[in-house]
Design a protein around this ligand. Sequence first.
Ligand SMILES: [Zn+2]
Ligand SMILES: [Zn+2]
Length: 337
Amino acid sequence: METAGTDDKQESAIRVKIWGARGSLPTPQTPSGLEFQIRRLMEDYYEAGDFSMGSVEQFLSRLPRHRFGGFGGNTPCMEVMSGGESVIIDGGSGIRQLGYQLMGGPCGRGAGEVHLLFTHFHWDHLIGLPFFVPLFIPGNKIHVYSVQADLPDVFKVLFKKPYFPVGLDQLGAEIIYHQLEPRKEFTLANMKITPYELDHPDPCWGYKFEAGGKVFSYCVDTECVRVSAEELGPDLPLYQNVDLMIFDAQYTLLETIEKVNWGHAAASLGIDIAMREGIKRVVFIHHDPASSPEKIAAAEEQARRYYMSQIKSARRSGHKTNEIQWSFGFEGMILEV
Ligand SMILES: [Zn+2]
Ligand SMILES: [Zn+2]
């Protein structure tokens, strides 16, 4: 099966690229915010007093992510690659840039065959689709997958006047709809993939990917109100034997209390599940559109304090501790599993 946009030199069993890490609404950098950041960086560089050759690079390399680069403003889109093929999760605004990359695929003529899984149909997971260039190119085959039965209706609404000038029947590519069975494994792009249900105000499905003995679980958007193994029931396997989990951390701990039923979690919840289930690595995304880079960094620091306190109390009480590797994710991040 021809699928473009993957790196032939991939050595890991699964590689994941985050094309959008922001939740709810695309969040571009404001001119005043950018001016503020540049001014502060220039002042700090001047204060450091080293103007020798290479000093700019050295100065920048010491800065934390929230001060240089940030977390990105595009809404969720993941590229999951294995054995030279790939699948995409969700069509948030991050899919626009991925579309340009796919168009540079075999012979530069187009994307060929594309496989696009949907978790759910909230706007932030669809909004990039009208700007996903492979959809407009004759000869391309765009396979779209969801557990929900109404995926064809979603496309009819997205590509319809007066919301968008190009109608569904005018798109150049062929769109092929696939309805997935809940919790039933299927094979795609050299990976076994299984959908499991998340906790969100509208039905939302995470995915577990398995290849070469490695496991990647995608658990966004979720409030994860079912936490214990008993509560998770048939969806517990999403969190078991996992090497890498991408989890929802839209809110701080306090915000999750204020925003019950809003459908999103805090990093501490993902840390709890990961420590209990022995998940090796967790990356947190779906950052709140109202959060500045500084606020996201503060939430990461809060999560770090929480994680350290959990480790300490487990050691004190003599319980086995599963130490995990975790961080907040950002647009452009590549994860090897
Ligand atoms: Zn979302
Ligand atoms: Zn949602």
